[in-house]
Design a protein. Structure first.
Lengths: 295, 335
């Protein structure tokens, strides 16, 4: 990176720091990611280990978040579940982002297919997502399970259905942004040079839509985590012995009256992570938008 | 006098650029079904020529179609009718791929240097973009060529790795000019290149354009509304009103002996630097506004604001006719 490039990102960082919520969220998320990635070393307890003598235990030094009805350590399960939930969130977001950016750029830049692509987007927006996801999972679960194994198969399925059904917001944002950038004089200058369409898109338009895309990416992660949790909560996500935050919540609900902390741990993890991701998106949007930055 | 002689230049040689009857109409779309309910005649039958090393200024108030005309010549907006000949090649209606090889010969400098430079690219990449696109020279020579261009436009070589937002307006315009020069063009369309700059910087940029013209033998189509500045730059001046050229003449001729009432009104609005002269300047004020280009007046487009309009102006469209050698005006009164 050059001196000037650094100064641009320094500028962004300076503005980002102003948003205390975003700063705290970034710190929290970093903590969550480190904990989830380094979980087995930080808390070397097997989340699948069944300790029948210690079942339904409360909080103790041995089990900081207690154990479940089979005696599995809740902290280890929350950490393992976070790994799945975050992986699903990031991967599904990446799929939605690529799809959304592709549709948005094509619709915004090529006027001829704009109408068709935007009606397609409207169609997807009008679909009731959760029933659609349930149908897709019922239809394809067994096929993918036999092809990739129970865990990988359901991971692919969930990531794909969430990705395919949540690209629309990104597409709309990108399309609007592309339409304004397309009319800017530097694009006109590129055309007068004789730059090809493909390179106008990759060199001039894409780098300039990156900031709204980045923002919609963070919000997309939050959405994907929630959708995965909802699916697992409905019992249609990962297999029952494979922890995710939504799955843990689902398991904890049965014991809500006697052991409320068992649902609270994954519930808090979901809520705080989603909140932090949303705050981070907010802060990024402010920091990347030069019109807000000057205020 | 026939149209052909309008196209002929001051010395009768084949012009570098010959524009004949250029029309650019934009449809006005309305309603849910985007039906065309009318047309905006942004440029409505414009003819002019530019010769090698010559500067033709296209002047007129905002909305008269001068920018659209400049963009149509480079194929950035589609021309509705007419002919645009560059050298011996017809450009209008030719697909982009077929005129790609003459792109290097025609370049453009834009009005707002902030807008016309991609904020995410370094100066080096901006100036080298035309070189990359047309693969001029080996890869290693790219940086060296950019350095030479930076020298030519009076920027320090050390700025190559910086971003546009770190520069002042005048410096940014120099970057824009360097980009336009990169492919050694023969014609540069300057679309109000100084309108967005401070007065002190305007003079620098105009002088730079002048130096570059002498150095590289460039021809300019200099689009401007600043008649005071045009006087210093142009060899010939074409005055546009509502999509048409209403007067063309050599620079001295048009400033000394304007034939069209509109030109006279424009010139009377230019402030004089000499206070003695300025005190006695007679303003010729025009009543009313420019009519809408989607519904231009019949006959002479200027008749609604012309203090000398009479019956014939309502019915007959005046064509460019010679007033003197090399001086043409479209006015019934100057016949």
């Amino acid at each position: 990176m050059t001196r000037a490039g650094e100064s641009y990102w320094l500028d962004v960082w300076r503005q980002f720091k102003v948003h205390k919520g975003a700063l705290a969220s970034a710190a929290f998320l970093t903590g969550v990611i480190v904990a989830v990635a380094a979980g087995p070393w930080l808390w070397p307890v097997d989340p699948q280990f069944i300790d029948v003598r210690a079942r339904n235990a409360g909080m103790s030094l041995e089990h900081p978040l207690g154990t479940d009805q089979l005696g599995r350590d809740t902290l280890a399960r929350v950490i393992a579940g976070g790994r799945t939930s975050l992986a699903v969130g990031v991967t599904a977001m990446a799929i939605a982002l690529v799809l959304g950016t592709l549709v948005g750029v094509l619709a915004g830049y090529l006027r001829r297919i704009d109408g068709a692509l935007m009606r397609l987007t409207d169609l997807f927006l009008a679909l009731p997502l959760l029933p659609l996801l349930l149908v897709a999972i019922l239809l394809f679960r067994d096929m993918l399970r036999s092809a990739f194994g129970p865990e990988a198969g359901i991971f692919i399925l969930i990531v794909a259905v969430i990705g395919i059904t949540s690209w629309m917001q990104t597409a709309r944002v990108v399309r609007g942004e592309v339409m304004t950038i397309r009319e800017r004089e530097f694009v006109l200058a590129a055309r007068s040079i004789g730059t090809s369409r493909r390179r106008i898109i990759t060199r001039h338009i894409l780098p300039n839509v990156m900031s709204p895309v980045l923002v919609s990416a963070t919000l997309g992660i939050a959405n994907a985590i929630i959708t995965e949790s909802a699916l697992s909560f409905l019992g249609l996500g990962f297999p029952s012995d494979f922890p995710t935050w939504g799955r843990l919540l689902y398991d904890g609900v049965d014991y809500l009256q006697r052991y409320p902390e068992r649902a609270m741990a994954p519930g808090l993890a979901i809520s705080l992570t989603v909140l932090a991701v949303n705050y981070l998106g907010d802060g990024l949007r402010d920091a990347l938008d030069p019109r807000i930055r000057t205020r | 006098m026939s149209r052909a002689s309008v196209a002929e230049g001051p010395d009768g040689r084949t012009p570098l650029l010959a524009v004949e009857g250029l029309k650019v109409h934009f449809p006005v779309l309305s309603g849910v079904l985007r039906r065309s309910v009318g047309t905006v005649r942004a440029v409505d039958g414009v003819s002019f020529t530019i010769h090698r090393g010559e500067t033709l200024a296209l002047v007129g108030e905002s909305g008269c179609g001068k920018t659209t005309a400049g963009r149509a010549i480079l194929g950035l907006v589609p021309a509705t009718a007419g002919s645009i000949r560059f050298g011996d090649r017809e450009i209008r209606g030719t697909p982009e791929s077929a005129i790609r090889d003459i792109r290097p010969a025609m370049q453009m400098v834009f009005q707002d240097p902030q807008e016309s430079l991609n904020p995410r690219m370094t100066v080096l990449d901006i100036i080298a973009e035309p070189l990359d696109e047309h693969r001029k020279g080996p890869k290693g020579a790219r940086r060296g060529r950019v350095m030479k261009l930076l020298d030519a436009v009076g920027l320090a070589r050390s700025v190559a790795d910086r971003y546009p937002h770190e520069f002042s307006g005048g410096q940014r315009q120099r970057i824009g000019i360097a980009r336009a020069l990169a492919l050694r063009p023969r014609l540069i369309v300057c679309d109000e290149p100084i309108a967005a700059l401070d007065v002190s910087i305007q003079a620098q940029i105009v002088n730079l354009l002048d130096d570059l013209q002498n150095q590289f033998g460039l021809a300019y189509l200099f689009i401007s509304h600043d008649l005071g500045m045009v006087r210093h730059v142009a060899d010939r001046v074409a005055v546009m009103y509502l999509g048409r050229i209403i007067e063309v003449a050599f620079c001295d001729e048009i400033y000394g002996n304007p034939a069209h009432p509109y030109t006279r009104a424009l010139l009377s609005a230019v402030p004089m630097p000499n206070p003695e002269v300025e005190r006695h300047r007679q303003r010729m004020l025009l009543a009313g506004d420019v009519p809408s280009p989607s519904n231009p007046p019949s006959g002479c487009v200027f008749r609604t604001r012309c203090p000398f309009a009479y019956d014939r102006c309502r019915t007959d469209v005046p064509h460019l006719r010679p007033v003197e050698s090399g001086h043409f005006a479209a006015c019934h009164l100057s016949e």
